[in-house]
Write a protein that binds this ligand. Structure first.
Ligand code: BGC
Length: 721
């Protein structure tokens, strides 16, 4: 370990074209309203350049609906003495890309060698956290010889789309020193406008065409004199819930940057984690928290976080169970208002969930597997493309992943426990919980002579085994939903909440369902069977199953995927159940199941490692937990993730893995739990960790936690601001 030049700077030296997609994710900046991929200024859609918008979706024909990418105000190309210097075309002498994740600044420095000497391009840019409508860039060119520098810079409206084009019309122009490109989406007519102002002491020549509004600035420079071009840009839409804070024409790069950096400092004052004894883990974890802050939809209404954050249109920009199960904890612990906003998204989209329940003949609310605005279900019946036939494959994610509704209820309960703020229940949370319970009720089946309710034909968290019966995780979660609904009905009655629900009859239904819910228990070996018949499947190793692939992009699940008839699972399933309901199982049972399931798990989802890591901590094995924790925290730092499901590209950032790393740190390594309204800590630190230090909110108060190998301190501290 060690060797970090700076605790907060991610650096990549050298240029390799094949890293362009990954670096777009790794060096992303964002502010919840949009995310800007970490691409270079001269890149265009071919290099997956994107300013990905939160919560604005569009559908073209019968293609998949996906979030809209805004016109790019950072587009810039450089000519020196008439010669183009640009990546990837012009090989550089040296190239460095950096992300200062403390101040949320992306930087690049590229040096090209020309016949006359060297030219250095340095850029710094950011997505303002202080005014979420703003983006800014400082573009500096220096040559070590006298030359003519020309920079063409401005807004590129020819954006990267997976299922576009989403702008049915584009308007470009220039007025009073401000360039603009406005696009109007085809499906709903939402207007997306990017305006930008170039601050440079040399006047430029403006050109506009169908897609772009550019300005070319040409200057004779003497050797070693930097040529500086600042851009401040503003992004707005016709559905904004708040306006920009200031007139674009009054803003300068330095002033916008100062406010942005100050805002991030406030975030880090609460969020930063320090790990004495492990710089690498500290770095990876804080980098993960950086990403969680880039995607938190602060100040927006009716928006949550997609599975790939704001890194592009992958997974249709849709919100999965990832948010409530893996990301929410971080916001509950550091910014409860942001956590509440995420849950409000589920309240606001209950209409979509009711419609989906009806579509499948169920009662109540069945939340979308891939939820977009209004709770619209983005998941199709044919969600994977077969690599061999190139035909869409029937999958059952949309119809059968019932566990998504339970994850949402689980999220509400975590929020209530962590914040003590029940206002969310009065503001619509009660409907979500009761209607999810009604949905699960309509899934229950009873055999003629049985007392037990079963749930058949489901897809559990392990997506490689579709249409199984009595998935232990799903059944336990259904029971949890019934139990939660019961306690929320008791709360509603006690508070005298006004509601149109017949609380008594729903309570009777939930009580009866919870009491008779069949939850698979351990067998004589202490093992819980993932679903009926799982232990009878072929017990092949992950490596053996992998070796059966005929194509590396082949989908492992589905009707005839290589894992489908084996015990190899995609991601934590029984292990997720055990980590969530740990108080119901002995350490011995947890250990036996971890030891059984871990070698059979492909960890084909980035959601998997953190669950195994957490359970390892609960078992008392922080050293086994450690590599899985690092895998989660490094999801975007290292090029480890799966990029394809069949022929569908799934690359992007991994906020669920990043949230999972936070959960492992808090609940696993620091061993934080709450008893009788008080936080307690039973640390289980990995070898070499001398001291783990962080802050967290609990029930409206802020605490400083210091965990060591031999104990912990929890101290209430003053909240600023
Ligand atoms: C996982 C799901 C997850 C989705 C989005 C899939 O690969 O199996 O559990 O919700 O990705 O992250």
């Amino acid at each position: 370990m060690g060797g970090f030049v700076n605790r907060h700077i991610v650096t990549a030296n050298g240029f390799d074209e094949k890293n362009i997609p990954w670096f777009g994710n790794k060096f992303l900046t964002g502010n919840g309203y949009f995310g800007v991929r970490g691409t270079m200024e001269e890149y265009r859609k071919e290099q997956m350049c994107a300013i990905n918008m939160a919560g604005i979706y569009d559908r073209v024909g019968d293609k998949w609906r996906e979030p809209v990418n805004a016109p790019n105000p950072f587009y810039s190309v450089l000519y020196v003495d008439g010669v183009l210097l640009a990546l990837p075309e012009t090989a550089p002498k040296s190239h460095r890309q950096e992300l200062d994740f403390y101040s949320a600044l992306q930087m690049r420095e590229t040096v090209w060698e020309t016949e006359k000497g060297t030219v250095t391009l340095s850029c710094q840019r950011f997505s303002s956290m202080a005014d979420q409508h703003l983006l800014a860039m400082r573009y500096v060119v220096t040559a070590d010889y006298d030359c003519e520098i020309a920079v063409t810079t401005g807004i590129d409206g020819d954006v990267w789309d997976i299922n576009g084009p989403h702008f049915a019309s584009l308007k470009t122009g220039y007025e009073d020193g401000i360039r603009y490109v406005t696009g109007i989406t085809g499906e709903r007519g939402v207007t997306v406008t990017v305006k930008s102002r170039l601050l440079c002491d040399t006047p430029g020549t403006v050109t506009t065409d169908q897609y772009t509004a550019l300005e070319t600035v040409t200057r004779q420079v003497t050797a070693n004199t930097p040529f500086i071009l600042d851009t401040v840009a503003e992004l707005t839409t016709s559905v904004d819930v708040f306006p920009p804070k200031a007139e674009l024409s009054t803003l300068t790069y330095d002033a916008v940057k100062a406010e942005h950096v100050a805002k991030w400092k406030n975030i880090w004052d609460i969020s930063e984690v320090s790990i004495d004894g492990d710089e690498e883990a500290e770095f990876s974890l804080n980098y993960s928290l950086y990403h969680l802050n880039c995607v938190a939809p602060r100040n927006l209404d009716g928006v949550s976080i997609g599975a790939r954050g704001l890194s592009g249109q992958v997974y249709k920009g849709a919100v999965f169970w990832d948010t409530e199960m893996f990301m929410l904890d971080y916001y509950i612990d550091t910014d409860p208002k942001a956590a509440k906003d995420l849950l409000k998204y589920r309240i606001d989209t209950i209409g979509g969930a009711r419609e989906k329940a009806k579509e499948y003949g169920l009662n109540g609310a069945y939340y979308a597997w891939e939820s977009q605005d209004g709770g619209y279900e983005g998941c199709s019946d044919y969600n994977v493309v077969d690599v061999f036939t190139k035909r869409p494959m029937r999958t059952y994610f949309r119809d059968k992943q019932y566990h998504v509704s339970a994850a949402i209820v689980y999220g509400f309960m975590k929020y209530l426990k962590g914040t003590g703020d029940y206002s969310i229940i009065d503001e619509g949370g009660l409907s979500v919980i009761l209607e999810c319970a009604q949905m699960y009720r309509s899934l229950l089946l009873k055999k003629a002579d049985s007392d037990w309710y079963e749930i058949h034909d489901v897809v559990g968290p392990d997506e490689y085994h579709e249409r199984v019966n009595n998935n232990a995780y799903t059944n336990r979660m259904a029971k949890f939903v019934f139990e939660t609904a019961l306690s929320m009905i008791a709360y509603a009655k006690e508070k005298g909440l006004k509601t149109d629900y017949d609380l008594d009859s729903i309570a009777a239904m939930c009580k009866e369902s919870a009491e008779h819910m069949y939850v698979p228990q351990m067998n004589e070996n202490g093992l819980i069977e993932q679903f009926d018949g799982y232990f009878g499947l072929e017990d092949a190793s992950v490596e053996e199953v992998r070796s059966r692939l005929l194509d590396p992009k082949e989908y492992w699940g589905g009707a005839y995927g290589v894992a489908a008839d084996t015990q190899v699972l995609k991601q934590a399933d029984v292990v997720a159940l055990l980590s969530m309901f740990r108080e119901e199982y002995s350490v011995d049972v947890m250990r036996k199941n971890w030891e059984y399931y871990e070698p059979r798990t492909e960890h084909g989802s980035s959601l998997s490692a953190c669950m195994y890591s957490l359970l390892s901590c609960y078992i008392g094995n922080p050293d086994d937990a450690y590599p899985l924790f690092m895998k989660s925290a490094n999801a975007d730092l290292l090029p480890a993730g799966k990029e394809w499901i069949g022929l569908i590209y799934i690359g992007g950032t991994h906020p669920a893995a990043q949230g999972g790393a936070w959960i492992v740190m808090v609940k696993g390594f620091a061993g934080i739990s709450a008893k009788d309204g008080k936080l307690t800590a039973e640390p289980k630190l990995p070898k070499g960790w001398k001291e783990l230090r962080f802050k967290m909110m609990y029930q409206g108060k802020l605490y400083q936690i210091i965990a060591r190998q031999d104990g912990a301190e929890i101290k209430e501290i003053e909240q600023q601001g």
